[in-house]
Design a protein around this ligand. Structure first.
Ligand SMILES: Nc1nc2c(c(=O)[nH]1)N[C@H]1C(S)=C(S)[C@@H](COP(=O)(O)O)O[C@H]1N2
Ligand SMILES: [Mo]
Length: 317
């Protein structure tokens, strides 16, 4: 195994352990977070330091250099080149920000980002994100379990899937205007409800100790580490609990190339290229870049394979 993921002891962790671990790592910024003074105020455009604890869910691999993780991005709302997001995403106004949660829930709501963050504690999780294009990065995300937010709105028994949408703002997102329409906006993604409730699925609001830069999906984006990167939808404004499998942007573009599940799987090639290996961003480039074997479920199989027991992963790719 290349990627060493520590086992998930979450259910064994006592509140006291969590408390002690948090005390160990939290700096002075904790006081601000506890008081509800989060750095997403009116003028929080620049990166602000975040208070967080370290998570037992992290891989123990060294993170990709921050300069690479924040300049080599896919964010088609700003263009299709890897540098477009870091060059143009500054135009997106990320404060104020709110997320509407609707559909099959007992308590539909529109929460501001501050409302969302008040009851949760942030943790840093170093996750590897594997892009369907054949590269990957290990990023120290700062976020909280998606399940915490979903539980708050009380999903109904009839809810089976969760649909996500990115903001639509052509005036601020150059990829949403003009002649070169790439995807059909809003960018849409989805998960089965049990996937969304899995403790590894997080909403991230920061990376490398600071609030998310716009190119990485500010102010709040999903990170689902066992799935190809395109499932990790950026700049989320709407989350809907639904009964039927929702449409997703890449699947709409080409259903043979991008499935709904999109679990990282070295055995299922993309129709135009192999998925067996990956290039690690920051690890040298060109012909001599080392390629690493891609792992089933991106290395998180022990934690998530049971979600797919009995499913043919060649059919449900
Ligand atoms: N809204 C939106 N979310 C998106 C994308 C996008 O184009 N638009 N690209 C996806 C893809 S293909 C990848 S690999 C990851 C990249 O995340 P990163 O730039 O933070 O590494 O974001 C995903 N989320
Ligand atoms: Mo990707």
């Amino acid at each position: 195994m290349i990627l060493k993921l520590k086992p998930i002891p979450s259910l064994e962790i006592t509140p006291r352990d969590v408390y002690l671990r948090r005390r160990e790592f939290l700096g002075g910024a904790l006081a601000a977070a506890v008081a509800g003074v989060l750095p997403w105020g009116a003028a929080a455009a620049a990166a602000a330091p975040l208070a967080f604890s370290k998570s037992v869910f992290s891989t123990d691999e060294p993170p990709t250099p921050k300069a690479d993780a924040t300049s080599y991005n896919n964010f088609y709302e700003f263009g299709t080149r890897k540098t477009d997001a870091s060059n143009y995403a500054g135009a997106l106004k990320t404060s104020p920000w709110s997320i509407t949660i609707d559909g099959l829930v007992s308590k539909p709501a529109t929460y501001t980002l501050e409302d969302i963050l008040k009851p949760v504690s942030l943790e840093e999780r170093i996750y590897r994100l594997r892009c369907v294009e054949g590269w990957s990065m290990a990023v120290p995300w700062i976020g909280f379990p998606l399940s915490a937010l979903l539980s708050r709105v009380e999903p109904l028994g009839s809810a089976k899937f969760v649909a996500f949408e990115t903001v639509v703002r052509p005036a601020e997102m150059r990829g949403q205007r003009g002649w070169f329409q790439t995807l059909d906006w809003p960018y849409r993604e989805g998960l089965r409800l049990d996937e969304a409730m899995h403790p590894l699925a997080i909403l991230a609001v920061g990376l490398y100790g600071e609030t998310l830069p716009n190119q990485n999906g500010a102010p709040v984006r999903l990170v689902v580490p066992w799935k190809y990167g395109f499932k990790s939808i950026k700049s989320v404004v709407r989350i809907s609990l639904v009964e039927k499998q929702p449409v997703t942007s890449w699947n709409m573009l080409d259903r043979d190339e991008y499935g709904f599940y999109s679990n990282v799987n070295p055995e299922v090639d993309h129709p135009r290229w192999s998925q067996k290996t990956e290039r690690r961003i920051g690890d040298g480039s060109g012909l001599f870049a080392r390629r690493h074997p891609t792992l089933p479920f991106n290395g998180y199989g022990e934690q998530v394979a049971n979600l797919y027991a009995g499913m043919d992963l060649m059919t449900y790719f």
